[in-house]
Every structure is written in structure tokens, then in C-alpha cells.
Ligand binder design. Structure first.
Ligand code: FHN
Length: 419
């Protein structure tokens, strides 16, 4: 059955900023952060509700930690933040009338969503709300799958929560649904009705695919896989294997700044976005391993961001080949070669059939001397050492061609079709 796509008409216009933003911060923060054993701890350890609920009163939060996240996101070159307003545990971080199990009535005695929104606006970041449809705390959260009255009550609760989030905090840019267990179809969730309400309340909003409707973008998780041409997508990735705070990790468990740059290249090359997660400590502080890494990524983006931000073209069409010293992204007739293994003062690229007009190192606008034969470009005048130092050690060359760049390198050598 063809699903009515209510956001189709103005999707390109609504999503232009999001595509050009490329890079966002994901924040998983809730009662589970106090236990430090992953955000699924309640489920995986089958913690009795009587033992888990008191976490709502013991949760102590420092003064406005969201300003720390926003400042770091800005420094990292991130353009938007998506924060958990309610995760599977069912605890609401905002001033909701749907349940007393919330951060204003219990523990922090503050509207943590309001603080998050204020911080994003202070630092000029777009605002995303994560909302878990699955709810382990609500009495109808499981019953809804086999009891029609329970499903009605649970959908009233769900729509009530989403309506509050879309009505009480000003302009919200992204709605990031998650885990639509246990109802098995968008019809049973009545997702189209709910998302129509969302779009009426927030006409410019961008909605992900996890209310069981495709909506505006796909969400590959913990892997970077480009969607089919024309479909927006955002890879969401943990920093250390856990979305929620997890102190039981080694430094080696955290993706390096160099790995994050590589993720950015994969996302950019496929025309997608990267949503990289931090799991703040219970008081809201950012785990130390994330801070240095994100600052290094931000310094890299200050120098090489031209290859990442803005409108990009898939590096897979027309064909650009895999190369041993680096990998490509593309904007029209310009190709960006992200060199992660520096060759020294000269660099050769085989197989380009388009006329190279200019070669330069991003970060210095100096044209580099080059030669181009039918199958081979050699760029000279490069620094002996990688101009991008540790920890990212990934410099970017910009190659401007006279026409759409086309590279062809068969498995053979000097084959006729390469001439
Ligand atoms: O179960 C959740 C998980 O805890 C986390 O929130 C991720 C983030 O995309 N989503 C679900 C797993 O797909």
C-alpha cells in the first residue's frame, strides 16, 4: 500500500540547511546515566520498577550542563544537537502534564528540555528532540499491543507528549523518533495522524523514519551506509559503543578524532549526515575523552570544512575510484582528496579523464604545480610532511576540473579503454 508522504511537497526547501549542516551532536541523558551501565540497563538487568523509579529522586544535575554541550558542539563544528527528551525508561525531561515521572516534579526539579533549547539558541545551533515511542514505564506501553483500550490510552499519552514538545518550546528543527516497539505498523501507531499534527505545529520541522513512516530521512545506526539516490540519510554513531553514559570503557574504546574525520568523509561522500553521540555523566558533564577529540575535529573542520559543509555531490557518480593514500568527496567539478597517508612532496593520481585546471591544498589557497598525461596527474610542490598534524593527520587537496570529474582505473594496466 502506497504510504501518503505528507512532507514531500516542501522537503527540499525544509531540508536544505540540514543537508548543508552535515554534522550534529546526539545526546543520550536520563535516569540511566546515574547507573553508568548503558541506557538499556533497566531492561538488560530487569531492574524491578520499585528499584529503578527512585532514580527519579536521586538524580542531581549541575547548573545548565546543556551550555557545556552546546559550546563543545560549536567548537567541534557541529551545527545541530538532538537530545533525548524521553528514552525507553519513560522518564520525561520536560514539564509534561502526561505523567508526574518527569524532571520538573522529581529529582532535578527543573525543565531540562527548556535548558537544552535555551543553550542551543544561545550558541546558534539547530534543535532536535529525540522521543522514544517505546516506553517501559507506562502501564500501557506493552499492553497496547493486545488490548485496544490500552492502545487508545497509550496513543493519547504519546500524542500528548509529542504535542507538548512541539508546542511549548518555540521553533524545533528536528523530531527524532526512536524504537516503535511493540505496535507493528504505522497504522497501529496512527503515525500519519501524529506527524500531521507535528507538521501543523512546526511547519518547517524535519522528521526521521522511526515512527514507521519514511518521512524525511533514514537513520543507519552504528554504520555508514548511503541511502538510494534522492533519499536523505543520517548515520547515528556512538563515540564509545554506548549511547548512555558508560565509564567502564578504555580510552581505546573511544573513536579517535581521526576516525571521526573518516566518518565525516564517508557521510559527505554519500551525501549524508553524521550524528555523533555523547552520553553525559549523571550531572550533565561531558565525558573527558569526548572533549579533546571533538575539539580536534573542530580544528580540522576550521581548516578543511569546505570539503564537508554545503551542498555536495555523491563521490560515487560519476565514478571516482578508491585510492590507497586517501579518499574523495565532490562538489560539482571540484574533487576533494582527503589524504590520510601523506606521500611527501609529490602525489600521483591515475585514471582521471577530465582536464585538471587547478590543484591546491585546502587551508592555503596557493595553486600547486601539476602535470597531466592521458592517464596520470602528478601534483608537485607539496610539503614534505602532512600539513595536517596529529591527531587527525588528514590533509585535503582540492582538484578543480574543467568538466565533471571522471576517473577510470580498471583492475588491469594500460588497457585500451583507459586511453
Ligand atoms: O534502543 C535505542 C538505543 O538505546 C539508542 O537510543 C539508539 C540511538 O539511535 N536507538 C535505539 C536502538 O536503535
Amino acid at each position: 500500500m502506497e504510504t501518503y508522504d505528507q512532507g514531500a511537497q516542501d522537503r527540499a526547501q525544509r531540508m536544505q540547511w540540514w543537508h548543508e549542516a552535515r554534522f550534529g551532536m546526539f545526546v543520550h541523558w536520563g535516569l540511566y546515566s546515574q547507573l553508568g551501565r548503558h541506557e538499556w540497563v533497566m531492561n538488560r538487568e530487569r531492574i524491578p520498577l520499585a528499584e529503578y523509579e527512585p532514580l527519579a529522586d536521586s538524580w542531581q544535575v549541575k547548573d545548565r550542563p546543556a551550555r557545556e554541550w552546546a559550546r563543545l558542539a560549536k567548537a567541534a563544528g557541529m551545527q545541530y544537537i538532538v537530545m533525548t527528551t524521553k528514552h525507553h525508561e519513560g522518564f520525561c525531561l520536560w514539564d509534561t502534564k502526561q505523567t508526574d515521572y518527569n524532571a520538573v516534579r522529581r529529582g532535578p526539579k527543573r525543565d531540562l528540555v527548556q535548558e537544552f533549547v535555551d543553550a542551543c539558541r544561545e550558541f546558534g545551533l539547530k534543535i532536535g528532540f529525540y522521543y522514544s515511542l517505546m516506553d517501559w514505564h507506562h502501564p500501557d506501553g506493552t499492553l497496547c499491543v493486545k488490548d485496544e483500550a490500552a492502545r487508545y490510552r497509550f496513543l493519547e499519552f504519546t500524542r500528548g507528549c509529542v504535542r507538548e514538545l512541539m508546542s511549548n518550546y518555540g521553533r524545533i528543527d528536528i523530531l527524532w523518533y526512536d524504537v516503535s516497539w511493540p505496535l507493528e505498523s504505522p497504522e497501529r501507531w496512527e503515525s500519519a495522524v501524529m506527524n500531521q499534527m507535528v507538521r501543523e505545529l512546526q511547519p518547517h520541522i524535519i522528521i526521521n523514519n522511526r515512527s514507521q513512516l519514511p518521512e524525511d530521512f533514514g537513520t543507519p545506526e552504528e554504520h555508514i551506509t548511503a541511502a538510494e539516490a534522492g533519499r536523505a540519510w543520517e548515520a547515528c554513531m556512538t563515540f564509545n559503543g554506548s549511547w548512555g553514559y558508560m565509564p567502564y570503557t578504555l580510552d581505546e574504546d573511544w573513536h579517535s578524532a581521526r576516525a571521526v574525520v573518516s566518518m565525516l568523509r564517508q557521510c559527505t561522500a554519500g551525501g549524508g549526515n553524521l550524528l555523533l553521540n555523547i552520553g553525559p555523566k549523571p550531572d550533565g558533564s561531558v565525558p573527558e575523552p569526548a572533549i579533546g577529540r571533538l575539539q580536534a575535529v573542530g580544528q580540522w573542520l576550521e581548516k578543511y570544512g569546505e570539503a564537508v559543509y554545503g551542498s555536495v555531490d555523491p563521490a560515487s557518480h560519476p565514478q571516482l575510484e578508491w585510492m590507497p593514500l586517501g579518499q574523495f568527496t565532490r562538489k560539482g567539478n571540484a574533487v576533494y582528496y582527503w589524504v590520510s597517508r601523506w606521500p611527501g612532496s609529490a602525489l600521483a593520481l591515475g585514471g582521471f579523464q577530465s582536464q585538471l585546471v587547478r590543484a591546491s591544498l585546502l587551508g592555503s589557497n596557493t595553486a600547486l604545480p601539476f602535470t597531466q598525461e592521458p592517464r596520470r596527474i602528478v601534483i608537485q610542490g607539496l610539503p614534505a610532511d602532512n600539513p595536517d598534524g596529529l591527531p587527525t593527520a588528514t590533509a585535503v587537496l582540492k582538484l578543480e576540473f574543467a568538466s565533471e570529474p571522471l576517473q577510470k582505473l580498471g583492475a588491469g594496466y594500460w588497457l585500451p579503454e583507459e586511453v
